[in-house]
Design a binder for this molecule. Structure first.
Ligand SMILES: NC(=O)c1ccc[n+]([C@@H]2O[C@H](COP(=O)([O-])OP(=O)(O)OC[C@H]3O[C@@H](n4cnc5c(N)ncnc54)[C@H](O)[C@@H]3O)[C@@H](O)[C@H]2O)c1
Length: 259
């Protein structure tokens, strides 16, 4: 299909690689105009150079989502380059994995600054324009960590739970202004981070096989499989979906292991 996102002007964070890059590719293929943001400017420059899109359909800038002023500037710049933003995808996020007694205050703060405040900063910058222009949509990339806990991943799931709270708060606050706010919760996705995790074991192939075997279907998601769900959620194909969390984890979070 093509042009399912024709007319969408999307501000997408964490776009230089992984799930964000796959979302960018899928949105471009559906006719959207994009403004891409990442804190890794060199990687973002290389990524944008490798994307194909009709002339003028991609803008980009380096910014850290935890910096509210930088994000406000980025949204202003985006609106100048691709037009008023009517879709925001808060994808930038980072793993902060420790335990409640070992996590430092710095780790706690950085986790919340990026994984929660980052989405709030971008929403605060993009919402006034959406309200003024009669509507829009926000998609927060959450995680199965938003409603389950894996020991030794603290405090990442605390922030991902909070991101669902932010999603619902914004959704209810602005529904009457024509704005839908939803969350997409991937489980394991085959990204660089996950591959590096497997490579940290003495037998990476065995670690990979173990992850795959955990899943009811015997495999984990590709970045494209997550991106396709994101395209649907920001498209006009689900106009009554609001304050929802769509879980895309191959069923893993529903699996009760035999005791
Ligand atoms: N990979 C998975 O298995 C998985 C599963 C569930 C949820 N998620 C979520 O999906 C999102 C994307 O994850 P990914 O695996 O593609 O990550 P990734 O590390 O491959 O890419 C994340 C991108 O975001 C950028 N970024 C990080 N912090 C930023 C900040 N403060 N400001 C601006 N840019 C920033 C990074 O530079 C990077 O380019 C995250 O929110 C993550 O929590 C990932």
């Amino acid at each position: 299909m093509v042009d399912r996102l024709f007319g969408k002007r999307i501000f997408l964070t964490g776009a230089a690689q992984g799930i964000g890059l796959a979302i960018a590719e899928a949105c471009l293929a559906e006719g959207a105009r994009l403004f891409l943001v990442d804190r890794d400017g060199d990687l973002l420059d290389r990524t944008v150079a490798g994307l194909s899109a009709p002339q003028g359909h991609i803008g980009h800038t380096t910014a850290d989502v935890s910096d509210g002023a930088a994000i406000a500037d980025a949204v202003t710049r985006a609106e100048g380059e691709i037009g008023p933003i009517n879709a925001l995808i808060n994808n930038a996020g980072m793993n902060v994995f420790s335990t409640p007694l070992e996590a430092t205050e710095e780790e706690w703060n950085r986790n919340f600054d990026v994984n929660v405040k980052g989405a709030w900063n971008c929403s605060k910058a993009a919402l006034p324009g959406m309200i003024e222009n009669g509507g829009g949509t926000i998609l927060n990339i959450a995680s199965t960590h938003s409603f389950t806990i894996i020991p030794h991943t603290f405090p990442y799931p605390v922030a991902k739970h909070a991101l669902l709270g932010l999603t619902r708060s914004l959704a209810l606050e602005y529904a009457a202004r024509g704005i839908r706010v939803n969350a997409l919760a991937p489980g394991y996705v085959e990204t660089r981070k996950v591959i590096d995790y497997w490579n940290s074991f003495p037998d990476p192939a065995a670690a990979r096989a173990k992850t795959m075997a955990l899943h009811p279907g015997g495999g984990i998601a590709s970045v494209r499989e997550i991106a396709l769900a994101a395209v649907f959620m920001i498209s006009d194909e689900c106009p009554f979906m609001n304050a929802a969390c769509l879980v895309v984890d191959g069923g893993l979070s529903q699996l009760q292991h035999a005791l």
